[in-house]
Structure formats: structure tokens, C-alpha cells
Design a protein. Sequence first.
Length: 279
Amino acid sequence: MSRTYVITGAASGIGKTTAELLRADGHTVIGVDLAGVEVDGDLSTSEGRRAAAEAATQLAGGTVDAVIACAGLSLPKAITAAVNYFGMTEFLEAMQPALAKSDAPRTALISSLSSVQPVFPPLVDAFLNDDEQAALGIAEELAQNEQTGGLIYASSKQAISRWVHREAVTERWAGAGIPLNAVGPGVVKTPMTADLRATPEGSALIDAVVPMPLGYHQDPESIAKLLIWLTSVDNTHCCGQTIYCDGGAEAVLRGEDVWSWNNDGIAQKFAELYAKLGG
């Protein structure tokens, strides 16, 4: 069954690979990027996001089966905050009416293994409060220092994963039958990571930050195929998740137990319930 996809960041990297795989399978793909694809769109501004969503919707004839948001930057600059968070969330919200018209709508975003790494909490809060002016102001301050500039990227990706987790179960998404999920890659062989991977010193640096015991640095197809499954009709119940496709990096960094953080609270709740039942 042929479906109509809208993919941001479709001119390079994971977005381009995903678009190529989908077209090879007979699907219609409407790419969104600064240039070189079906829709020229600047996702660093609110006006650009809305205009790109409108153009993509028109090209699709008003109905879109899936949106895959891949566009992103890793620069230690404020524009990374604008594109990585608002360029995804505002664009997806603008595409929601066209998705809701599909018989099997789906959407997926690119997060990152960086979402579980150190962040700047005030910036994450500004993202999740949808306060772009405050977020850009904080990012501008972080960008003034080489040591703090890198926190912009990680903060944007943690905010994306938290936004997906929060919004996926709302009436706008789950209520409209639209699964909303994210994928968290490790180190992917794309132009974004090419300079770091080009030298032994650069590779050693990223390997220390993103340990990948399975498979080492990954081809973009490893992420593209997961995005395609998440936005296919086969995905009926995966909702609100960030799936870490990262060669084991998340498991290494967070350790074997990410479940027991609330054990005491859960035990207390069950004790209270048991007491109410007369136990």
C-alpha cells in the first residue's frame, strides 16, 4: 500500500536515506529542507515552519499519512535550539490536521543518545514551556562559552524526548489515532559527524561520550528502517517512546537499572490501597 510521507531534513543524512528507501518501495515522499527537495523551508523560524507545513500539505493534496522529522543541527549556537526543538514540534503541530485525515496516520522524530547525557535544565524547561524567546536567549548565553555551548544540543534532544512522552497520549495525537514516537541514534555516519570521525582523536572523543559495544558507528539505514517501521501501518501501539538505536550506548551510560527509581513511592501507594480495602 503506497503512503504519502513528509520528511524534514530530507536533503542529507538520515532524512535523505529514509526518503530514498521509501521511494524505492513505491511511496510518495515530500521532502522539506533549506534547498534541493520538494519544499524549501527554513525551520529555524516560526514563519518558516508554518509556511513549510502549508506547502507540504498542499503538495500532498491535503492528506498526509506520515511525518518524519529529521531536520537538526549540532552547532553550539542558538539556531540549534530553534531547529532541533521548535523546528520539530511546531512543524508537527502544523501538520497534525493533514495527518488526522489519513486512515493510518503516524509520526516519528529524531531524538538522540544525547537526551540521556548532561543538559542545562533551564533550557529544557524553556523548550517544554514552548517559550522560544526564552529558549533562544538561554542558548545565546550558553553559546558564549565553548564548554557550555555543547549543552544546547543535548538539552534540545532531551526536550524532544520529553515532549514526545508528554504529548503522545493527548487528544491531539493518541486521541486522533496518531502514534507519536522518537528514535535516539548513537553515532551515525552522516555529514553531521564526518569531521569528528575523520581523525583518530575525534573518533576517540566521540567513542568516550557515546560508547557503542554493538556494531560501532552506524550507517543511516539503521535509523531510517526503524523510522519507517514506526510510521508504517504495522505500528499500532508503540506510543510516546524514544527507542534508542545506538549500539548499546544508552544501556552502558544509564546502567542495568532504570526502573527502581520510584519503588518506595509505589510500595507506599499499594500500602495505602491495601489499607483502604481493609487489609
